[in-house]
Design a binder for this molecule. Structure first.
Ligand SMILES: Cc1ncc(COP(=O)(O)O)c(C=O)c1O
Length: 430
């Protein structure tokens, strides 16, 4: 089987040759909603949630990282599946509120929160604010005092664990802007523990994204336990340790399988027990924050080919999407598997560079596609559930695509297509 014939999860090819996702024929989906569009397979999402829950057990706080992708309908589903939600902006907070997400299940993140955000998070009654730095700690304390609340906080620790992943998504180590190095985190935690406006629940680490080796996550717990031991010695209890997200996703059918939730849980839950024992502290509650591992495979972008051209030995297919709806390949050199969605082809395959239509060299992917690929064909770009729609822009004043839920052969709109005239909506026409 060639790589172009291998199908990522949720995709099947019917007798007529068209591909389906979530049991919905992609040609019919394109007909119903137009292209480009993002299809979201609710069943794949549910399966990922169930796999994490069964591996990590009921005691672990599994917080979905909304930055990977959020809309009101997804926030509702996250709540109904018993997860908490990591939000990091007023927009994400408002989305959660519009979905009536239970406030105590919200964790407010970010390395540059401004006062209005802190006050909105506190007023909303979020369950935790993850404090990134000492200046922010002061501002959280002041905001809590202004609102006469006690802010429930975690302190983000830069554990120094530099995982093997793309430097743009590595979030620990001295070259990373995130969190506090352990000595500063210790001082901040002691200061916070002495404040009547703050309640320190625990420590937080997130070392990066698309990490394949589970040992990096358990290694990151070690410095957290050293801090927990030091705080315990000062009479400050650390009842929660959050190991963050970053669990890898398979972006191409022939890529190595990432660690399963069971592998990750085995490693992290064991590290939690041994860490607590050697630190001489009670076993804290574990928290994890998967983003892409829950939604990456659940997303599929559907495009129409606008033209196919040959430049010498190179073949390009230009589609009706672009860097505006999927910046990941341009940003990180990410791979997204492409397949012919609207028909089957018996033609030989030929290396093809699938490009967007923006005024950039926005190469979406280079992979083998049928020699007879032509304008009008539908192309599916797979595993686009995470960090595509949420990172989409209006570059070239392109309107954003819709998001359509596909599930057990049915479909409905989660987010409608932006209208072209809406790309002008902030202009002040003086
Ligand atoms: C604090 C935090 N937690 C969790 C995540 C989710 O990472 P991933 O989608 O790779 O699981 C991120 C991603 O940036 C993050 O910053």
């Amino acid at each position: 089987m060639t790589i172009a014939e291998q199908l990522p999860p949720g995709i099947a090819r019917g007798a007529a040759g068209t591909a389906s996702f979530g049991g919905v024929d992609l040609a019919a989906l394109a007909q119903a909603y137009g292209t480009p569009l993002l299809a979201f397979d609710g069943e794949l999402f549910d399966q990922s949630v169930a796999a994490f829950r069964s591996a990590f057990g009921p005691q672990t706080d599994i917080s979905y990282a909304a930055k990977a992708f959020l809309c009101i309908a997804l926030a509702r589903r996250v709540a109904s599946r018993g997860l908490t939600l990591d939000v990091c902006s007023l927009g994400e907070l408002r989305t959660a509120q519009a979905a009536a997400f239970p406030a105590d299940g919200l964790r407010f993140h970010g390395c540059g929160k401004y006062d209005a955000e802190l006050e909105a998070a506190l007023a909303a009654g979020v369950g935790r604010i993850v404090v990134d730095n000492e200046e922010e700690l002061e501002r959280v304390e002041c905001a809590a005092a202004r609102l006469r609340r006690r802010a429930p906080i975690l302190l983000r620790v830069n554990t120094g664990i530099e995982a093997h992943t793309h430097e743009m998504v590595r979030t620990a180590g001295e070259s990373s802007k995130f969190g506090m190095l352990p000595p500063r985190a210790l001082a901040a935690a002691l200061r916070a523990a002495a404040s009547g406006n703050l309640h320190v629940h625990g420590l937080h680490s997130h070392i990066g994204s698309q990490i394949y080796e589970p040992r990096f996550f358990s290694d990151a717990l070690e410095p957290l336990f050293e801090l927990a031991a030091a705080l315990h010695g000062e009479g400050v209890a650390v009842s929660e340790l959050v190991a963050g997200g970053g669990f890898a996703v398979r972006y191409a059918p022939d890529h190595e399988a990432p660690p399963s939730p069971a592998d990750l849980a085995g490693r992290l839950l064991a590290a939690l027990q041994t860490g607590a024992r050697s630190a001489g502290v009670p076993v804290p509650q574990l928290g994890i924050e998967p983003g892409r591992a829950l939604v990456g495979e659940a997303g599929l972008s559907l495009y129409r080919v606008l033209s196919v051209k040959n430049h010498g030995s190179k073949r390009f297919a230009i589609v009706d999407g672009s860097i505006a709806d999927n910046p990941r390949p341009a940003l990180y050199g990410s791979y997204h598997h492409a397949l012919l969605a609207g028909r089957r082809s018996a033609a030989r395959e030929r290396e093809t560079t699938v490009c967007g239509r923006s005024c950039e060299a926005d190469l979406l992917v280079t992979c083998p596609l049928a020699e007879d690929l032509q304008a009008g064909d539908l192309l599916a770009i797979c595993t686009t559930g995470a960090y595509t729609y949420s990172m989409a822009s209006n570059y070239n004043r392109f309107a954003k695509p819709p998001v359509v839920l596909v599930e057990s052969g049915r479909h409905h709109l989660w987010v409608r297509r932006e209208r072209d005239d809406e790309t002008l909506r902030y202009d002040v026409d003086t």
